[in-house]
Design a binder for this molecule. Structure first.
Ligand SMILES: Cc1cc2nc3c(=O)[nH]c(=O)nc-3n(C[C@H](O)[C@H](O)[C@H](O)COP(=O)(O)OP(=O)(O)OC[C@H]3O[C@@H](n4cnc5c(N)ncnc54)[C@H](O)[C@@H]3O)c2cc1C
Length: 442
């Protein structure tokens, strides 16, 4: 049997981070044993056995170069991100966002990774991180309970839990387009990618009233204690409505930048639907993550005139989100402080979001590869968005450590003398310059 030139790295989890880490290793000739428990054991949110399944939205966020998610994508593409490469190949229309046909995207990644000669794909649950050799933990926010208990024993009881929620999907042909219109925000031609479902004041108030009194799925055990720690960026729509009757229309249902062609006016509130597959047959209800019972979701969302006869292909749901206390556990190279042969990437490090999970997975894979190739591990400079994110999750001085997405708030102390717009421009141009220098020396 042919002997591999390099030792094998064990990657736990074939999600966004685990796949990106795997790719960074195999492209440098390093073999990987990739351990994934699905479909034998499901997480409660994933539905398939495919690699890199997107559990909720099919959007990887803004693609605009002057937005933080856009800048992060640019940095990751400079480092040859495999996930982003596939995402651009399987892109569906979504205005300025990068959204994908989720099934085609995951199928292509599974085909490539499972069939790669340097990948030994193992379909089983990991119950610990191997003691010997190099390993990358990338089991995500829904890490199995057995592995969580290993992590809790290994790193101490500093694990935190909180909730997130996923939005429903409806079939395109069940949307009543006589009560909806296609447009992006500030789209002058009225030919955008989003389907907008306008509501009058009366319709909106009825919707909110029913939303707050609708029956929810009961929450049990440990998860109940953590309920207060809803992550704000992914709050269930009923929780938003509970915080004030106008909150949804100043939040996910805001009508700003939209004109209803039937009235020539801005609607009182708008529920936006975003295309969810290449065929354009699925649409997700943007910002409508929810923990209502399935029957109540159908009843309440059908109050929206365009969704009166909506056919729900997937209902929204709540889920657990686990993450480690990275400032205590992790170095900015993504190695653990206690064992430099262990790396961690993805949402379990305390980053929030698809692209952020890809980014930390990429860095974990890159540094694991560099060490095996007898090079020094690297840390992206804090002036870059990937660097700022890594700095955030490994910064020891947080009062309470909460998950974070890539955003310009991470650069708080830079260029304070400038006004908001010029400061953002300066942060971006500086980040680009510094990242180029960083990438050039790899
Ligand atoms: C329900 C839900 C909805 C979300 N919605 C969004 C969203 O809309 N937009 C967004 O940007 N982010 C969203 N997130 C947050 C986050 O970006 C995603 O969860 C992202 O997929 C994280 O990437 P990851 O690789 O860290 O984890 P995952 O993509 O979850 O991958 C982890 C993998 O590890 C596997 N695994 C777990 N335990 C074990 C084990 N013991 N042994 C072997 N394999 C194991 C899992 O099956 C999974 O395949 C959501 C998270 C959840 C849970």
């Amino acid at each position: 049997m042919k002997k591999d030139k390099h030792p094998q790295v064990v990657v736990l989890g074939a999600g966004l981070a685990g796949i990106e880490a795997t790719f960074q290793l195999i492209r440098r000739g390093i073999p990987v044993r990739l351990v994934e428990m699905r479909p034998k054991i499901q997480t409660g949110a994933h539905l398939t056995g495919e690699c890199a399944e997107l559990v909720c939205s099919n959007s990887l966020g803004s693609n605009l170069p002057d937005r933080a998610p856009g800048l992060l994508k640019e940095e990751l593409r400079t480092l040859s991100s495999y996930i982003l490469d596939v995402a651009y190949r399987y892109r569906v229309p979504a205005g300025q966002a990068l959204a994908v046909d989720r099934h085609a995207f995951s199928r292509e990644i599974s085909r490539y990774i499972k069939g790669h000669s340097l990948v030994d794909y193992v379909n089983e649950e990991a119950t610990s991180i191997p003691e010997e050799g190099t390993a990358i933990l990338a089991t995500g926010p829904l890490t199995s309970p057995t592995l969580l208990s290993f992590l809790s024993k290994t790193f101490g009881k500093k694990q935190l839990f909180f909730f997130d929620a996923i939005a429903p999907i409806v079939s395109a042909d069940s949307i009543d387009m006589s009560c909806a219109f296609k447009s992006d925000r500030y789209d002058e031609n009225g030919d955008g990618d989003y389907v907008n479902c306008p509501l009058t004041q009366e319709e909106y108030e009825r919707f909110v009233q029913e939303l707050v009194k609708a029956e929810q799925i009961p929450i049990s055990g440990m998860e109940k204690d953590s309920r207060k720690t809803f992550f704000c960026a992914c709050q269930p729509i009923e929780e938003i409505a509970r915080s004030g009757k106008d909150s949804p229309r100043f939040g996910p249902m805001k009508p700003v930048g939209l004109t209803d062609p039937r009235t020539g006016k801005r609607p009182y509130a708008v529920l936006q639907l975003r295309q969810d597959n290449l065929l354009g047959s699925f649409y997700n209800l943007v910002g409508c993550q929810t923990n209502l019972t399935v029957q109540e979701q159908a009843r309440v969302f059908r109050i929206i005139p365009a969704l009166l006869s909506a056919n729900f292909l997937r209902f929204g749901q709540m889920h657990r989100n686990s993450y480690l206390n990275s400032p205590k556990i992790l170095l900015p190279t993504m190695q653990t402080k206690t064992n430099p042969s262990w790396f961690i990437g993805g949402q379990i490090t305390g980053v929030e979001g698809y692209t952020e999970s890809v980014g930390t997975g990429l860095l974990a894979g890159l540094n694991a590869a560099r060490i095996i190739l007898q090079k020094n591990p690297v840390v992206p400079p804090p002036e870059t968005i990937l660097g700022a994110l890594v700095k955030y999750i490994t910064f020891p001085g947080h009062k309470s450590f909460m998950p974070m997405s890539g955003n310009f708030g991470l650069f708080q102390s830079e260029f304070p003398e400038l006004g908001a717009d010029s400061r953002r421009e300066k942060i971006i141009s500086n980040a680009r310059k510094v990242f180029r220098e960083f990438a050039d020396q790899l």
